[in-house]
Design a protein around this ligand. Sequence first.
Ligand code: GDG
Length: 537
Amino acid sequence: MTAGNDVGSAVESAIGDGGLIVVSNRQPYSHGYGEGGDGDGTGDENGSERTITVDRPAGGLTAGLDPVLQRTAGTWVAWGDGEADHEVTNEDGEVRMPPENEAYTLKRVWLDEETVEEYYYGYSNRVLWPLCHGGVWKTEFAERHWQRYRQVNETFAESVVERADPDSLIWFQDYHFSLAPRFVREAAPDPFLMHFWHITWPAWDTFRACPQHRALLAGLLGNDLLGFHTERYCANFLDCVANAFEDAFVDREDGRVNYEGHTTAVQAFPLGVDAAAIAEASTAVGPDFFEGFGREHGIAPGTRIALGVDRLDYTKGIVERLNALERLFETHEDWRGRLTYVQKASESRSLIPEYQNLQTEVRESIERLDERFGTEEWTPVVYLDQFLPSEELYGLYRAADVMLVSAVRDGMNLVAKEFVAAQVDEPGERDREQGAEREGIERGVGREPPGVLVLSDQTGAYEELGEHALTINPYDTEGFADAIAAALSMPADERRERMATLREQVTTNDLDAWMARVFGAADELRATRERNTADGA
Ligand code: GDG
């Protein structure tokens, strides 16, 4: 990471003596059962033979926040969803983490099956997720889901209040906790509350369809600082507040709301990735991995690789992408037999019917493409549904000729940035390194680096990377197919130029820089608040 010292001082200054409390739905560490005892993995009747394993943060913000919590000896409050979580926590649901140096407290909140169904699947993912991505028609409003969401927010808020000091800094993550900030403020008015909203914020015309829109806004306005990925989401949020509450004072210019005597700053903080760690990990797998990968999936040496990496979610534009690839093979026949598209997809929220339908649709699209165009020697689409270790995922980013990011709506899309961070090779370098003469994925390269990013203009990432990526509208199948063809035949000079600018952007605005900005803003607001209190006294 580039801004290590900056982030350290910004965090320390913002947190002060009161400590940091992070609140998120997913926990940084979860405990499960491994094989043990008699070796059958089940243990004896009371389970005493089973060994306990720990799952660690794989990447992204969770991995980035973990060292911050360790450094500041804070508390992380999250849903304890691991099979063995109960076994390692005390009677308050607490366990010290990470296991090797026990630097901070992980407070686990227990949610039973019905609660998960209603709060997590029901309200968070069948109301807020589709609503915020503009899919009002995909929402499923049910009073009991809303009541449960409220109740879970209250429970999390109680856990926070029990652990907060007047000068604590409390940081909520995402759409699972819209109401908690107000609950905390009502019980403990002094701590500094901030919130980062990881998904898009829709326009008022969409948001007002939600029967609970006022309560959601009021909940979030319990915060002192509310962050979004882009200015556009901030503007949408401010617009919603202005329309929903006649008595709210909204300063669009300065990004501030005064509502019921409390001021909330609303600011854009585009999330970055840990570019240095990704770059390093991307070189961890070498020719052996790619040889095996090519053999396993029937990818012949010399084949160009297009890559997609997504959670299986209807916002990610996977079906739209497969349509564009089908069009490409129809209209640019010369790519038949020479390009394989690798789709890494992680199953997600499978209890929700829309997600089950999507899984079917994706599988059917792939089968159709393979049936229409596939040959004995060539598979047009390779589908990977297993979770890949970071090194393999980043290695695939490094090896890809073209990265396809085609979300129909996406708060940021970190995959686009991770791909750029993993494009570490100077042209010709890998050839020299490996002394290889053959082309193709067999030796870890599709062709001469760098690769090309094809990016949907409907993502938050587009605001920062759009100018130097090849831009597409995921619904414009024809234009999308042409963009893939253009990416595949882009001259080396142009690829180098584009990638150099993209890399500059992604490495400068990395995860540390983001953290420094967020904590810097919190620090400033806290200082202003203290001055105002002193002046008023
Ligand atoms: C939400 C917003 C916003 C995926 N498969 C594997 C794996 N991944 C990792 C990727 C990436 C992450 O999952 C997905 O992040 P995205 O940003 O694409 O999307 P969401 O999950 O929808 O996240 C989004 C984000 O929050 C952050 O604010 O950007 O807009 O919707 O990091 O690398 N990682 C590993 N193996 C896999 O198989 N190791």
